[in-house]
Design a protein around this ligand. Structure first.
Ligand code: ZN
Length: 561
């Protein structure tokens, strides 16, 4: 995913400060070689001490990881300013303004970054926080800041020199880039690099303690995270950026520790020979072992459907990590985690309207099973409503949800184990996308409430005394409306299966959650009969659901639709 690709251009000083008071060389590792400011005059005694310490640590890391030193590693002691200048220089050199813009806007389309987020300046600010060291795979050179005490330098060295050793054996930059253009797979490989360097560093730190990486499950990762407040820039980072920065280190370390079992470091080359295919495998090492790979997901040729005036910004995969982050923006972390774990594959594309700068996001997901798809539909419906504060013309069916926003229409549809979500589109564009992936036509919203067919489920914009319901129900609605002018109406139809309600309550849960602003002031239920089920939506009174066409009626006061 795009922001993560940019992540590789980040100086990770703040992260590692938070983690271990050190910096990592991912930024440099990912970038082109370029002139480096010449070293400032350094105390020869410090240099000699530094060189000796680096040689010693290099030998120890070689012993820990089992990776023999193939050729000498260049090492330079630099001032903080020199290192900062180097990293900023590299960042600017790699900078492709179009790509950076596309990445930030795509993240915005998913709700991962705030609108107009100043990505570049944020990164520069992050840079101005402390930097301790880095490894440059282009120059095969290791830099360390001269301002940190030698004792801390050794820890930085342990991490960075693991990169150096891996580079000599596995050509790490080429190895990571081989995953392109799949951003999710690339992040998975990044996680192996950072995770293994962290794991090796842990073993380095545990030397002589009688413990090693194998004891890692007994070590609380939270203990390693340290005090985030010591890094002000990171503290104010959007949660997604923070997570994206930390992911390769912590999740990568857990992955490495798990996959190295039981043989330990001799198993490391096997990971490079068989790289993880997705962040899902990083999050669930058992799926790496079992070889579960994402289902290939294809998007229709959206560029042919959007018409002139639209530019494609990005097309890629979010992966389980990316979707967890998206869901986390609007749902709580445990729900996001559980929903994202059902990820089986995805693909998205983001377009921008040249003049208006309106965004169009089309994403298609493959989920692990029908039940997981139902859950996703219900909860992502809720997420979309939280994402778009201004909504009109809400239209819900069992597997279809749409509404209008000032930035275009929002659509979510699930069929079998797949879902598509389209934001910033007209209904006509949604229909053509729907058609081009071979799905049957999506349900049509009522054009004229008076002519609505019996099976319509919809929300009637409040207070007009009109419902889309069959006659009997309309009478009820009208009657309540007369007594209570603030009432608005929500109807359900027989397309909502009581079986689904009984099994997971997903759809109705979503309905209730999204309608929380309303208060149930009355209900009209069909008479008890075979097929009825009672559903108790939280603190609201129980509601009967039946298979009859009139089903149940909710009447909400001040309904927020
Ligand atoms: Zn690193």
């Amino acid at each position: 995913m795009a922001p993560l690709k940019n992540r590789r251009a980040l100086p990770l000083s703040a992260i590692l400060l938070a983690l271990f008071s050190l910096v990592c060389g991912t930024a440099a590792r990912a970038q082109q070689a370029s002139p480096v400011p010449p070293p400032a005059a350094v105390d020869p005694k410090s240099t000699a001490e530094f060189t000796a310490a680096a040689d010693e640590v290099l030998g120890q890391m070689s012993e820990i990881t089992g990776l023999k030193l193939v050729s000498p590693v260049k090492k330079t002691l630099r001032s903080r300013e020199e290192i900062r200048a180097y990293v900023i220089h590299q960042m600017n050199e790699e900078k492709d303004p179009g790509e950076r813009y596309a990445a930030a806007r795509s993240a915005e389309a998913f709700g991962l970054l705030p609108k107009g987020f100043d990505f570049d300046n944020f990164m520069i600010e992050l840079l101005t926080e402390q930097i301790a060291g880095l490894y440059d795979p282009k120059a095969h050179e290791f830099y360390i800041a001269d301002w940190i005490p030698l004792s801390d330098q050794r820890m930085v060295m342990a991490h960075e020199l693991t990169h150096a050793l891996e580079d000599q054996h596995f050509k790490i930059e080429d190895w990571v880039k081989a995953a392109r253009p799949n951003d999710d797979a690339e992040l998975a490989r990044e996680s192996v690099l950072e995770g293994s360097a962290m794991a090796a560093m842990v073993d380095f730190l545990l030397q002589g303690s009688g413990r090693s990486l194998k004891d890692l499950p007994d070590i609380d990762p939270a203990m390693l995270v340290g005090d985030m407040s010591s890094t002000p820039t990171l503290q104010k980072a959007p949660p997604f950026l923070k997570d994206a920065l930390i992911f390769p280190y912590l999740s990568g370390m857990t992955f490495t520790a798990e996959v190295l079992k039981p043989a330990g470091w001799p198993s490391l080359p096997a990971i490079f020979n068989k790289p993880p295919a997705s962040t899902q495998q990083i999050l669930h090492p058992a799926l790496y072992r079992s070889g579960k790979v994402p289902a290939p997901v294809k998007l229709p040729a959206v560029d042919k459907l959007v018409g002139p005036g639209w530019t494609k910004l990005e097309e890629n995969l979010m992966g389980e990590f990316g979707w967890k982050e998206i869901l986390k923006q609007y749902l709580d972390e445990s729900r996001a985690k559980a929903l994202a774990a059902a990820w089986d594959g995805d693909r998205y594309v983001v377009f921008e309207q040249k003049q208006s700068k309106q965004l169009l996001l089309v994403a298609r997901l493959d989920l692990a099973g029908v039940e997981q798809t139902l859950h996703f539909f219900g909860q992502y419906s809720e997420a979309l409503e939280k994402k778009h504060a201004q909504r009109t013309n809400l239209f819900r069916r069992a597997d279809f949800f749409s509404f209008e926003t000032p930035d275009g229409g929002v659509f979510l549809r699930c069929v079998a184990t797949e879902c598509i979500t389209v934001e910033g589109a007209s209904r006509a564009l949604f229909d053509s996308i729907n058609k081009s992936i071979g799905w049957p036509a999506a349900p049509e919203p009522p054009i004229d409430p008076a002519k609505v067919p019996d099976k319509t489920a919809s929300i009637v914009p409040g207070n007009r005394g009109v419902s889309t319901a069959p006659n009997g129900a309309r009478a009820v609605a009208a009657a309540i409306s007369k007594n209570d002018p603030a009432a608005r109406f929500l109807s359900a139809s027989s397309s909502f299966s009581p079986t689904i309600l009984d099994a997971s309550q997903t759809r109705w849960t979503a309905l209730e959650d999204s309608d929380r602003a309303g208060t149930l002031v009355g209900k009209h239920a069909c008479p008890p009969q075979a097929g009825c089920a009672t559903y108790c939506p939280g603190a609201l009174p129980p509601v009967n659901f039946c298979r009859s066409r009139e089903e149940a009626w909710f009447v909400h006061r001040n309904f927020a639709g």
